[in-house]
Design a protein around this ligand. Sequence first.
Ligand code: MOS
Length: 685
Amino acid sequence: MTAGTGLSRLEGREKVMGAARYAYEHPVEDALYVWPVAATVGSGTVVEVDAAAALADPAVVTVLDHTNAPRLRPAQIADQLVLQSPAVAWRGQIVAGVVATTPEAAREGAEQVVVRYAERPHHVVLDPADPALELPGELFGGQPGSFAKGDVDAGLAAADVVLDRVYTTPAQHHNPMETVATTAWWSGERLVVHDSNQGPWIAAVGFGQLWDIPPEQVEVVTEHVGGGFGAKVRPTPGAVLATMAARVTGRPCKLMLTRQHMFTMSPGRSATRSRFRLGARRDGTLTAVDHDALQYSSPIHEFVEQTGLATRTMYATDNLRIIHRLARLNLPTPRVMRAPGHTPGMFALESAMDELAYALDLDPLALRLANEPAVDPASGEPFAGRHLVDCLTVGADRFGWAARDPTPGVRRHGRWLFGTGLAASVYPAYQRVATATARAEPDGSFSVSVGAVDIGTGARTALWQLATDLLGSPVEIHIGRSSYGNAPVAGGSSGTASWGGAVRNACTALRERLAGHGGAVPADGLEVTAESTPLPPGRSRHSFGAHFCAVRVDADTGQVRVDRLLGVFAHGRPLNARTAHSQLIGGMVMGVSMALHEQTVVDPRLGMFVNHDLAQYHVATNADIHGLEAHSLERPDDDITLVGGKGIGELGIVGAAAAVANAVHHATGVRVRDLPITLERLRGG
Ligand code: MOS
């Protein structure tokens, strides 16, 4: 048995030695380099692209703009329609691309291109007073959006205590270590793309749609990826530009975005504003939950951060209303990022629950236990393994919660104020359709291929463990190619569950075929391709968790230090205990980072993100991280997926920022409802 054990990553040595090859490094002959030119107005139309100065450099091969770029087929995601129109929807959008024999010449050429615009006024501030589209009950991808049951107003009227508060989270950016990177070439009508993305098959479908060719005519290779977090779920404009340059020049073209490009040519997370109205009786029973969530999208595509989605699942109430509104801003289209919807939504809900506990003079833990639902509050479906109460009580025990004096702002030693807080976590357990192929050779060896991708999670290793156990001897595992067949992205914490289901079915079927041959493999080998089995409907499937946080706050400066963050999680059986633990810890680090540091600041005059590099977009560093502990409850959930476990990737971040904010309130008596918790917000300045 190797599954479940903490095997080190198979490619770990290759990565540490610098031998692992990433998309931009793929060696090609006669390569050209592509540099994007970014719009310098927040809204308007390109009137003229003057490339004469750039083209004067013999190293510059061509300059693409909307007048001479190849035509693409209209796509579902308008962001991918690079250079198809002169319209500028946000500052930083790609308006031209310089192709040259060296990256330096391409970059210099991009500086030389002069773009003239007819500028229009831009609007970049999320303001609840502005008109916003109220969304219907069903949104993209079949995910539920707005929702209502019972009578929220009657529930609030029947409450002993009503809490009415607004919580906000700023725009945020993924910032994977490896930026968007592509090496692309055409061989006849066949497109080959070595690309940094979260799913080679989905990328092949995307490129195929844009170029009007079937996905089988596109080979996307994604061997190693230096992080994604949602930034690389679909082909990015930069990757599309590289395929266009390759088409026009007939040569392999390479593009790698700079860190600064990543803030406008790659998506981020929408800012969110959640108004919560909670009604409760004295004993803590919720009589109404009303969540009105506002987020933004760009002028060219409707992407909706699902801020209210977690509110459907968390607490029992007869009267529940969730509204999603969408404003249009001249900012890059946001996309999914690090537990989309749940991360900002649970910051708001779990902060509001903490405030409600204080308003009722109840322990925040007791308030949550008092509202534990028997079935999913929105769908009415039974839960497939809801272990929130276990996470909360085991966490409280490990953390020492029982000894807590709830009084805020009274524990002071020297200049430091001390406090503790808790918050729950939840993330849906998805499983999507995938295909895998298992092969037996006459020499007794096995290989398994699946269009999975390892974006740093350890998926390759986990799938190897699964296949090796099923086939009874170490297999060769192949991932990261679209030609391995239909496979979902590494996203929604569903990758390993989905690919694993297909690997399980393929290996099981191969074993049966082998048995049919009396265990002997024919001279040309045996090969089985199988799909994953869909999950039966009718159950509410989620992972759960609970965070307990201890902070100290400098009474003079407002500096916050997280001394301890303890998480207890129930996610079924992990395929690899070590990488699962790393995923949970990684999520918690992102939670601390979100609570204290991360924000992309918008300048309303220039219509741009001001802090578009890692010097100014702050993320938690090692010095910010202390005392993180992630504990997993052993609760197998065989109902959930064919590999016996739920997704882990995003569970660790959800709720973590609320645990920090609640602890900061306990330490100081100051309730910060707008992330991040900066010094000035804490000092009331
Ligand atoms: Mo992740 S935000 O599901 O790619």
